[in-house]
Design a protein around this ligand. Structure first.
Ligand SMILES: [Mn+2]
Length: 322
């Protein structure tokens, strides 16, 4: 009888699993995770009928075929998530699913609800990591946390989230399973922050990557839109996911593009609409092959080098105030 814990390797996935395992320890669980964009994790397991699986923070829609296969084997599945779950509802007698796709909810908050707030400090951390600041503060209000603790949980959430970004596991400071295991002994995040060498390493790495990013020159720089091209380096691939958010918060009236080179001679592109006018990122990205996303945050998976000039022109026009 084996148990599998399958979780997204970002802050939300790690903090969701940690809450669940503080409530129901399962020290022998097999950990299945990956870097943040590696979300087809259920493909990796072939359980038998007596086995059980907990799944956290990966889309049911993306994993539907493997979930059907796993349930057909007779295994039991407990599923927590906030990503798109597909047009058709999914039900099976061996599946217990807690899925809520509201825009102000993340998986750590869904698990917090299920556990009646028993380990809420970790839910606050996960919500900050998923960039849900309002929801994180609402949960922090219920605990009566002061500003200093909120700030440290926000920093931890950002550091855990940052560790999930890269083109492959080689870019990361920690394999997400290793990071989860470093967190596992800690009942409260403040102790992890103060005592764990893993936190120190992550925090120092985050600060040093951010400093390198702050030295970049914009390839487009207007009052309403800016674009930055990162070099082909591990630090750049690690910081790419965070950089667009940081830029958006620092310049809330400006749209931002961050271009990250891939090993296939193309760019992955993150677009953020201006925070104060969070519309248009998706419609801009859909003008390019492999482009899509949400109104406030969208991206292009594989932009040809020859299409960069066109993207910068369109970015500038698209967000020009009318
Ligand atoms: Mn999440």
């Amino acid at each position: 009888m084996a148990h599998f814990d399958v979780f997204n390797g970002d802050a939300d996935g790690i903090c969701a699993l940690h809450q669940l395992r503080l409530a129901e320890p399962c020290p022998d669980a097999n950990l299945i995770t990956g870097f943040k964009r590696d979300t087809r994790l259920l493909d990796q397991i072939t359980p038998s009928a007596e086995d059980s699986i907990s799944v956290l923070d990966i889309s049911l829609d993306t994993n539907r075929a493997s979930l059907e296969r796993i349930l057909a084997s007779g295994a039991k599945v407990l599923y927590f998530d906030h990503h798109f779950a597909g047009e058709k509802p999914f039900a099976h007698p061996s599946l217990v699913a807690h899925i809520d796709t509201a825009s102000d909810i993340c998986t750590s908050l869904i698990v917090d609800r299920w556990l009646h707030g028993q380990f809420r400090l970790w839910a606050v951390t996960g919500a900050f990591g998923d960039n849900l600041h309002r929801s994180a503060h609402i949960a922090a209000d219920k605990l009566g946390l002061d500003a200093e603790i909120r700030q440290s949980l926000q920093t931890l959430g950002e550091c855990l989230n940052y560790n999930g970004y890269g083109e492959s596991l080689n870019d990361l400071w920690f394999h997400p399973a290793e990071l989860y295991e470093a967190i596992r002994p800690y009942l409260i995040p403040q102790d992890f922050i103060q005592e764990a060498p893993a936190f120190r390493k992550l925090y120092d790495g985050y600060k040093s990557d951010l400093k390198l990013a702050s030295e970049l020159h914009a390839v487009l720089d207007t009052p309403h839109a800016a674009a930055f091209e990162l070099p082909d380096a591990p630090w750049a691939r690690r910081i790419s996911g965070i950089l667009a958010n940081q830029l958006a918060h620092a310049n809330p009236d400006r749209a931002h593009a961050v271009l990250t080179p891939t090993t296939h001679n193309t760019y992955t592109v993150s677009i953020r609409s201006p925070l104060n006018r969070p519309q248009g990122a998706d419609s801009l990205c859909r003008q390019f092959p492999n482009g899509g996303g949400r109104a406030a945050a969208a991206g292009i998976n594989s932009l040809a080098v020859t299409a960069v000039a066109d993207l910068l022109d369109k970015l500038n026009l698209h967000f020009r105030p009318s």
